[in-house]
Design a binder for this molecule. Structure first.
Ligand SMILES: Nc1nc2c(ncn2[C@@H]2O[C@H](COP(=O)(O)OP(=O)(O)OP(=O)(O)O)[C@@H](O)[C@H]2O)c(=O)[nH]1
Ligand SMILES: [Mg+2]
Length: 656
């Protein structure tokens, strides 16, 4: 299955999941099983599946064929070249292709001059009026391609301006862009481009990042320390005619070398193999030459040879557009698409699926608790009523006063629950403080201050080390406090359970260790970035500000996720208390009512017992149905072809 097909199926699975989840939520509501915690879990699962994005970044030196490869893999359906691809430097700014239904099809361009301001790229995204917008007509490939040429636009500025924009470095003259006869320097016109089109793959959450080659990026630390490390796959491209050059290696070291876990998400492509096709050589000779280039590239990059995939993007594109199957096979493009499908999509689906399954287990437990209390209340009533069989009125009267007394006693439980709540809140506030924005802000202000010190070069590692050390410490403290809360909840829930017959269960605490790993990764990507050649840039005014702002945007995501999980955990605990209190109160009034009716001889005892039996049966059925519905949601295989999911799922729920 190709990448595109696999992505399509993934999309179909997500749509089906979303629909089933919606129906499940309606069913829960109809049966009064939707408390605050259940609702929150539903919402999270829905958002998680709906907003799941897969970002594939194409990274390489200029002219290796990044844009051509994007055209060949994703846009051949337009019947022409869509992303500009030509000899020499073409793509001048990082270009993100994606789909946002809220925005009409357009190309948005952020002027390069925004670099003179301190805001990070992420922050500019929130200011749409600063972007130049060009509307796109997706039904007109010619207009589309024409509009996208804008990503290749350049400007000519003085050396001073180029320096301020981050394109001129006195310390590294060999890397500076060329100057024209008037001493002007050519720099990109745009800093970043966002393309929003309703392409089928983009609509399903694929995001493609095309990047410019070395030097056209200039000082855009965010690309290196944030955007590329967060991509789910990075495709690194070499050209068969040039092999691995010094600048290829520089890019490889800065962006692709990661230690360990994510090796599958790195793909190396040896492009332009057609330049080795030659009428005077036999196919065997040509293949031998390709194999040699492949082996030597793999050797230099320190990879097994199978990890380098030879292709011809250009011939692949031509073959797809003209429907030439033989050429398509010769281009080897299908093999690359397969590798992308298995490596990237396979991984992504696995991760999303296991997250969804875990979420469903929690949801099932949460809703199951409500059912459990109801069942328990019914069996209590049942015992009570069976005990009344053949008893006289004075016994019945006595029973009534006993229930009333129990009710009064129960009302005192309010105070105990209140006490649990207030300890819980106090500890929780500590966690919120540790994970809140002010803590982060203070730390990052300190880091900026340190990085600005003259002669910091040798101390960069230490400065980062100290900052991250403190961040880790506070995260660790948040983890400990959370563990304390968990113990406290478990103990007080146990006590309340035995005292009032509740079935409270402390929800699973958030996995804080994961966030510690995130911190480590972020620190590493920064040090790696600075370790190469960029450390010299710290001498530039504003560079450290920009670097730390980029860091802040990434850290904020980690902290916000952590906070979100703490919140959900807390909500679940609080709503369990609410739900049990509510059900128990209902139970008292039901019992009193039953006794009253029996006292007034309005209903016979047996009749009432039958009624409760019916309720019990209904509850058992409800529990079974809940099992069935949640199991379906966690089992739905992503690779099942989507057969009219709407009708299928709707029928299932109607049966409920
Ligand atoms: N012969 C041959 N040429 C190719 C192939 N792929 C790309 N090219 C050519 O190489 C040139 C550069 O391709 P681009 O796609 O613009 O390269 P890029 O990596 O995006 O370059 P920048 O945008 O400048 O960073 C273009 O003229 C392409 O037509 C290929 O497989 N074979
Ligand atoms: Mg390009």
């Amino acid at each position: 299955m190709s990448f595109n097909q696999q992505f399509d199926q993934h999309g179909a699975w997500r749509r089906e999941f979303a629909l089933r989840l919606k129906l499940l939520s309606e069913w829960l509501k109809d049966h009064d099983l939707l408390n605050a915690a259940v609702e929150e879990r539903l919402l999270r699962l829905e958002t998680q599946v709906r907003s799941d994005k897969v970002m594939v970044a194409f990274v390489a030196e200029f002219s290796r064929g990044k844009s051509e490869l994007i055209n060949a893999i994703f846009f051949a359906g337009y019947g022409r070249r869509i992303m500009p691809a030509s000899a020499g430097r073409t793509t001048m700014c990082p270009t993100e292709l994606g789909y946002d239904a809220e925005v009409p099809p357009c190309l948005r361009l952020l002027p390069i001059e925004t670099r003179l301001k301190p805001q990070a790229l992420m922050e500019w995204r929130a200011v749409p009026e600063k972007w130049t917008r060009v509307d796109l007509d997706v039904n007109d490939p010619v207009q589309l391609a024409k509009a996208l040429e804008k990503v290749a636009e350049v400007r000519h500025v003085t050396q001073n301006e180029a320096r301020a924009l981050g394109f001129w470095h006195d310390e590294a003259p060999q890397d500076n862009p060329r100057t024209d006869a008037h001493g002007k320097v050519e720099v990109p016109r745009w800093r970043h481009a966002l393309i929003n089109i309703a392409h089928p793959l983009l609509k399903q959450g694929l995001v493609i990042l095309d990047t410019p080659g070395l030097n056209a990026i200039g000082a855009e630390p965010e690309l290196t320390v944030s955007l590329i490390p967060q991509a789910h796959a990075v495709v690194f491209i070499l050209a068969a005619d040039t092999g691995v050059t010094k600048s290829d290696l520089a890019i490889w070291r800065e962006h692709l070398v990661t230690d360990g876990n994510d090796k599958d998400a790195r793909l190396v492509v040896l492009n332009k193999i057609d330049t080795l096709w030659d009428a005077l050589s036999t196919p065997t000779q040509i293949q031998a030459q390709i194999d040699r280039q492949r082996a030597s590239s793999a050797d230099i990059l320190g990879l097994p040879v199978t990890k380098v995939i030879p292709v011809s993007a250009q011939k692949g594109l031509v073959a797809k557009v003209t429907g030439d199957d033989e050429l398509l096979q010769a281009s080897c493009l299908p093999a690359l698409e397969l590798a992308l499908a298995q490596g990237v999509m396979g991984q992504r689906q696995k991760i999303l699926r296991s997250a969804v399954t875990a979420g469903m287990v929690e949801l099932r437990a949460e809703a199951g608790r409500v059912i459990h209390i109801r069942r328990r209340d019914l069996s209590e009533q049942m015992m009570e009523l069976r005990g009344l069989r053949g008893k006289n009125t004075s016994v019945i009267k006595h029973m009534r006063s006993r229930i009333e007394q129990e009710h009064t006693e129960f009302n005192t439980s309010g105070a105990k629950i209140q006490a649990v709540r207030s300890i819980h809140l106090k500890l929780l506030r500590e966690v919120f403080n540790l994970l809140g924005t002010p803590t982060l802000k203070t730390e990052l202000a300190e880091l900026t201050r340190m990085l600005k010190q003259p002669g910091i070069k040798l101390g960069v590692k230490r400065a980062y080390g100290e900052t991250f050390g403190r961040l880790r410490e506070s995260l660790e403290k948040a983890r400990q406090t959370s563990a304390e809360i968990q113990t406290m909840l478990a103990e007080s829930f146990k006590q309340l359970n035995s005292e009032f017959g509740f079935s409270l269960q402390a929800p699973k605490e958030p996995e804080m260790l994961r966030f510690l790993t995130d911190l480590e990764q972020i620190e590493r990507s920064h040090l790696q970035y600075l370790g190469v050649t960029n450390i010299l840039k710290l001498a530039q005014p504003d560079f450290s500000d920009r670097l730390v702002r980029a860091l802040a945007t990434r850290l904020r995501v980690v902290y916000e996720t952590a906070l979100g999980e703490v919140e959900l955990w807390n909500k679940s605990a609080a709503s369990q208390l609410d739900a049990q209190l509510k059900e128990r109160r209902k139970n008292f009034s039901r019992r009193i009512e039953a006794i009253e009716r029996i006292q007034q001889a309005a209903t016979g005892l047996d009749e009432r017992i039958d009624e409760i039996e019916r309720h019990e049966n209904a509850i058992t059925a409800l529990d079974g149905k809940l099992d069935e519905l949640t199991a379906q949601l966690s089992d739905a295989p992503p690779d099942r072809p989507a057969q009219a999911p709407d009708t299928q799922a709707a029928a299932l729920f109607r049966a409920a």
